[in-house]
Design a protein around this ligand. Structure first.
Ligand code: PLP
Length: 369
């Protein structure tokens, strides 16, 4: 399967063939489902103020990022790592938000250099972050757009809303080489709240201090061009709150078993194609484990077999109960966590009605630093 040949002949060997011909495990995405998901989300924002900035973390494919950007109401791409931003810019993406704290001296320099080719904004939540970004920007002769991250209850990164956020915004404004562009506040602790009414209530509560902070900063005479927030679980809540300009949805494109529980309107477009290698009674063992599937939140789901129950996922094996199968049978496992699953593969196979239509490199795979 590994291409000892050119990419072109590699593609030629597989395009038009059945996905069932591939050695397993492989990660596969169904184009009909993917396209339906892309148009559902981008269509939702037609006629609304808020726009979409899809998160790269969920697929890590530059080709997918380009497809997302080609959708209406899409303003740029979000990513989490400087190495991901580099991959995106190398792939021709011109507007990127690096939605994570950058503090390493070399990393801020890399961000500054990237700004010579594209608009790559960063986020900050400390004086040190502001100082280092500013120094790198001045050294490289660029201006870096910066969002101040506000902690809106996730208890991860971010300054507290109100005074601390205003202070940091004013520091950004005073720092040469930086341009204060606005705020980021991510309600990640709420995106999978199962009860929708409760999710709406909690999100409104969490976002209120972010919007108040926006107003306080504007009242102090600063321009807030962007408030960036939200994910797949909250796009239709956060995306309708006045004062939010963009949502950073990622999972909606391919989905996963965990997210499907709260977002049934998006289709599961991604699965890991696996082969049953051993059976005993109604116990079946598949040839993929943690090396090929992000299984940290819950158990994978066996597509088309609601009776099947995954007992456990080991390094190389997934052990399934109540599945009548024979060695050699193929099964499709919907990973509980899609983002970490894509991180494990070099390429994703794109199919329509099980026929391979395209092969996308996962350039952002393993972008750790
Ligand atoms: C900062 C940030 N924004 C947006 C998202 C996208 O979330 P989702 O996959 O829920 O759409 C994430 C996901 O972890 C995130 O960390």
């Amino acid at each position: 399967m590994e291409p000892q040949m050119s990419e072109k002949s590699f593609r030629k060997q597989f395009i038009g063939k059945s996905v069932e011909e591939l050695d397993t495990p492989v990660i596969v995405a169904d184009l009909d489902a993917l396209e339906a998901n892309l148009s559902l989300l981008s269509g939702y924002f037609s006629g609304r103020h808020c726009k979409v900035r899809p998160h790269f973390k969920s697929h890590k494919c530059v080709t997918m990022a380009r497809r997302q950007l080609a959708c209406p109401n899409t303003v740029g791409i979000t990513c989490a790592k400087i190495s991901e931003a580099e991959v995106l810019v190398a792939g021709g993406i011109e507007d990127v938000l690096l939605a994570n704290q950058l503090i390493g001296r070399n990393k801020v320099r890399r961000l500054a250099r990237l700004n010579k080719q594209a608009r790559v904004r960063g986020v900050v939540d400390s004086r040190q972050g502001v100082d280092r970004l500013g120094t790198a920007a001045r050294d490289e002769g660029v201006t870096i757009g910066v969002l101040v991250e506000v902690d809106i209850g996730m208890n991860r990164c971010g300054v507290l809303p109100g005074g601390p956020a205003l202070e940091l915004a004013e520091l950004v404004v005073r720092t040469g080489g930086l341009r204060f562009d606005g705020l980021q506040g991510y309600e990640g602790h709420l995106v999978t709240t199962e009860n929708y009414e409760e999710r709406c209530r909690l999100v409104a509560e969490a976002l209120a201090p972010l919007i108040e902070t926006r107003k306080a900063i504007e009242n102090a005479g600063l321009t807030v061009s962007i408030v960036s927030s939200g994910g797949t679980g909250t796009y239709d809540i956060t995306g309708n709150i006045e004062g939010v300009d963009e949502v950073q949805c990622g999972s909606y494109a391919l989905m996963d078993a965990q997210y499907s529980k709260v977002r049934p309107e998006f289709r599961n477009a991604r699965y890991v194609l696996a082969t049953v290698i051993s059976t005993r009674g109604e116990k079946a063992v598949a040839d993929v484990g943690l090396k090929g599937m992000g299984a940290e939140y819950a158990a994978p789901v066996v597509e088309g077999h609601p009776e099947a129950e995954v007992l456990y996922v080991a390094e190389e094996h997934t052990v399934i109960e109540s599945l009548a199968a024979a060695p050699g049978d193929r099964i499709r496992l919907i990973p509980p966590h899609g983002c970490t699953t894509n991180n494990l593969y070099e390429r994703m196979w794109l199919v329509r009605r099980d026929i391979i239509e395209d092969i996308w490199p996962i350039e952002g795979r393993g972008c750790l630093e």
